[in-house]
Design a protein around this ligand. Sequence first.
Ligand SMILES: Cc1cc2nc3c(=O)[nH]c(=O)nc-3n(C[C@H](O)[C@H](O)[C@H](O)COP(=O)(O)O)c2cc1C
Length: 186
Amino acid sequence: MLDNSTKNFIDLVRTRTSCRSYLEKDVPDEAIEQCVEAARLAPSACNKQPCRFIIVKDAELRKRICAEALLPGLPMPWLRQAPVIVALCAEKSVITHTIAPFISGIQYQLIDVGIAGEHFVLQAQELGLGTCWIGWFKAGKARKILTIPGSFQIISLMSLGYPAEEPHFSERLPLEKIMFRDNQMK
Ligand SMILES: Cc1cc2nc3c(=O)[nH]c(=O)nc-3n(C[C@H](O)[C@H](O)[C@H](O)COP(=O)(O)O)c2cc1C
């Protein structure tokens, strides 16, 4: 396992930003495996672990994703530079995840993939790698390009690589806007 941790957790979280410019530098498989290992340890509803990570390094497949699988209106030319695109999928056959939403109204696979995906992101950050979640994509096209079996739902894409830019920090709501006590929510 790689171990070059230099930051405590809150520093790691504070310094993470979405990376939209990448160096032309390969990401070692060992680093990617460590990111997936962090994701593997994430909690999931009923511990069903529906999350799967497709690591796309193949240049032709990445080119096709960029050319064919992004939705219009939000240009992402920078994605062509990213040496790795990750497709985050969820296994559909998990019974708790297909039936439970009818009762609770909550789609647990989205939560599961979100948590696991962010574990991946934070591990990448600790290793000096940049990431960006990509939700504005054509799931059907991405599924075809990557020949993802029908038993998996593709939930998000993510770029991964060594950053070629200084971080741009986006503003966040202040604590008092997002945290409420007891029945005081406004
Ligand atoms: C679920 C999700 C989907 C996103 N989709 C996109 C996307 O399609 N394209 C993009 O450039 N950024 C995308 N982002 C990145 C957000 O724009 C970014 O996280 C947000 O603006 C806050 O900036 P920061 O990540 O630098 O702190 C997405 C983020 C999330 C969590």
